[in-house]
Design a protein. Structure first.
Length: 266
């Protein structure tokens, strides 16, 4: 089995470059922000970070394909880098430090492309998380200064912490009743949003999280970090991996119950 460690080291180099670019423009008074056709914001920093990562990959992995939020897919083949230059752009443009660059390498296999490397870098929080298939998940400031991640062992919903992004998406999909029932059963709910709840599941500080509508670049990196930390990452349909257009992540022990609540009466 490939060890993917060279790819992981490259992903850290890409994240270092993106961090420097995004932090340079974070809270800049002259930051340019536009609205995309889907009515979501995009900043000049989103585009600059993705261009930077694509440029590095073109030099270091010219045969690999690249899929990014801002510039789509380029290239073909069994290996594809998936990039979200700033996950949490709305936070970024308002000066909230909860945003991250997500970088994943996906490889063709059974059931389509699957993530084999993931890096989630949140420079304004001073945090970074990463994983490679078969090597576990870690958090720290660098590859040489890291601690291994492990999901929690909480086995009862009444003891569990559940994180989410917002209520509106659940309501739009007709899943709000199940969502609210789940929130009444768990010990605690918090709306941390974006990449952060998945990293908290991997760390063991949160036990459950879910979002009703996501893109592949939102999930590829977070999925492998969660699973390499011993957790479960599926769509709301229960399909493993980041391919369902939505996500449910947990410590594994509570996953069936999480899906049951979010799909009830749906």
């Amino acid at each position: 089995m490939p060890d993917y460690l060279d790819d992981l080291r490259l992903a850290h180099v890409l994240a270092d470059a993106a961090d420097a670019a995004t932090m340079d423009r974070f809270k800049a008074l002259d930051l340019k922000v536009e609205t995309k056709p889907d009515m979501t914001p995009v900043s000049e920093a989103d585009r600059a970070a993705e261009e930077l990562i694509r440029g590095h990959l073109q030099r270091a992995r010219p045969r690999d394909a690249v899929l990014g939020e801002e510039y789509g897919v380029e290239g073909t083949g069994p290996r594809r880098w998936v990039i979200d230059p700033i996950d949490g752009t709305k936070n970024y443009v308002r000066g909230v430090p909860v945003w991250a660059t997500l970088i994943s390498l996906m490889e063709a296999g059974e059931g389509g492309f699957q993530p084999v490397v993931g890096v989630v870098s949140a420079p304004a929080l001073g945090r970074r998380w990463w994983a490679a298939r078969g090597h576990g998940a870690y958090a720290g400031r660098s590859l040489s200064s890291a601690s291994r991640l492990q999901v929690s062992r909480v086995a009862e919903l009444s003891d569990a912490s559940f994180a989410y992004s917002s209520l509106s998406g659940w309501e739009e999909q007709g899943r709000l009743d199940g969502f609210l029932d789940l929130s009444r059963e768990v010990w605690r709910t918090r709306a941390y949003g974006d990449f952060w709840p998945y990293m908290m599941v991997a760390e063991g500080s949160v036990d459950l999280c879910a979002e009703p509508e996501l893109s592949l670049w939102d999930m590829a990196a977070t999925a492998i970090v969660v699973t390499e930390a011993g957790g479960s990452f599926t769509g709301l349909d229960g399909r493993p991996g980041p391919h369902s257009g939505n996500a449910a992540a947990s410590n594994g022990l509570l996953h069936d119950e999480l899906l049951g609540y979010l799909n009830q009466r749906y």
